[in-house]
Design a binder for this molecule. Structure first.
Ligand SMILES: [Zn+2]
Ligand SMILES: [Zn+2]
Length: 84
């Protein structure tokens, strides 16, 4: 169990995922889960409310169209196992 402490709203996490991507992403799947539970999860790309996902539908579509062979699950791409 990783520790998620409120810090200026979003909180921080001690997991390796946050250490790797938290700096630019501002959250990890644990923080995302907390925010989703509170209904405060926003798209990491455009900042609009994104429901239960870390990206809104339009950004998911845009990313899929912009990248050939883009992952069909952007969350998996963002929060998947490192080093794949
Ligand atoms: Zn975490
Ligand atoms: Zn978006």
């Amino acid at each position: 169990m990783y520790i998620v402490e409120p810090a200026g709203g979003r909180g921080t996490c001690t997991c390796p995922d946050y250490a790797k991507r938290g700096e630019w992403l501002g959250l990890c799947k644990h923080i995302a889960a907390v925010l989703a539970y509170k209904g405060e999860l926003r798209c990491v790309l455009c900042g609009r409310p994104a429901g239960l996902s870390t990206t809104c539908l339009s950004c998911q579509d845009g990313a899929a169209q912009a990248q050939a062979g883009a992952p069909d699950d952007l969350d998996e791409w963002l929060f998947g196992e490192p080093g794949r």
